[in-house]
Design a protein around this ligand. Structure first.
Ligand SMILES: Cc1cn([C@H]2C[C@H](O)[C@@H](COP(=O)(O)OP(=O)(O)O[C@H]3O[C@@H](C)C(=O)[C@@H](O)[C@H]3O)O2)c(=O)[nH]c1=O
Length: 190
């Protein structure tokens, strides 16, 4: 198994730690394998890969696409380091409104998997960060929604005091006012 997969305090969130093969040339690692993730119950059919670069104390999020264009995501940081956050926004979930934050970096090579029904965001921990992530549904601006990063009902402890936000992200609503129709179904993703 080329990965160690670990369920987090919200068990639908999975930390992915690769097996890294280092040699005199550098290293090799697998970053995703449908077969090995499926053994763990992750059967997201990824259809799009994204890559963003952020300069300065940037915070992107918290984002999700509403149904029927919801997206599971597999996120990693290939330059610098980020604090990556997932928030459970599935109504009726035992962990509704709860969040998990993990540090993902080019150095630790960790990835975070989040199923549909979670809002996602990250802030930069280094001057320049590059983040790549797989998604299991295509981008749809009409379904693009979000929640304000500092919603007091979420209480996310971000490691940056005054983050740089896009104008769109600065105007996002709180979870209680968000356009969100995700419903928790035990044993089902998204
Ligand atoms: C997300 C996305 C954006 N775009 C375009 C739209 C816009 O002109 C430009 C920048 O878009 P945004 O400001 O939404 O980019 P960004 O703030 O980086 O949005 C991303 O944030 C992280 C936290 C996520 O989880 C992603 O799913 C996505 O929402 O890129 C695409 O063409 N395809 C895409 O899949």
């Amino acid at each position: 198994m080329p990965f160690i997969l670990t369920r987090l305090t919200i068990p639908d969130l999975v930390l992915v730690e690769p097996k890294v093969f280092g040699d005199e040339r550098g290293f090799f690692m697998e970053t995703y394998s449908y077969r090995d993730f499926a053994v763990f119950g992750i059967r997201a059919a990824f259809v799009q890969d994204n890559h963003s670069l952020s300069r300065g104390p940037v915070l992107r999020g918290l984002h999700y696409q509403k149904k029927p264009m919801a997206q599971a995501k597999l996120v990693r940081c290939i330059h610098g380091a980020i604090f990556d956050v997932a928030v459970d926004i599935r109504r009726g979930s035992p962990t509704y409104g709860k969040w998990v934050g993990v540090e993902l970096s080019a150095e630790n090579k960790r990835q975070l998997y989040l199923p549909r029904g979670f809002a996602h965001g990250f802030c930069a921990l280094t001057e320049v960060v590059e983040v790549v992530y797989k998604v299991d549904n295509y981008y749809s601006p009409e379904h693009d929604r979000g929640i304000i990063y500092n919603d007091p009902d979420l209480g996310i402890v971000w490691p940056v005091a005054r983050p740089l936000l896009s104008p769109k992200d600065a105007r996002l609503p709180r979870l209680k006012d968000a356009d969100n129709s995700f419903v928790y179904v035990p044993g089902e993703e998204g």
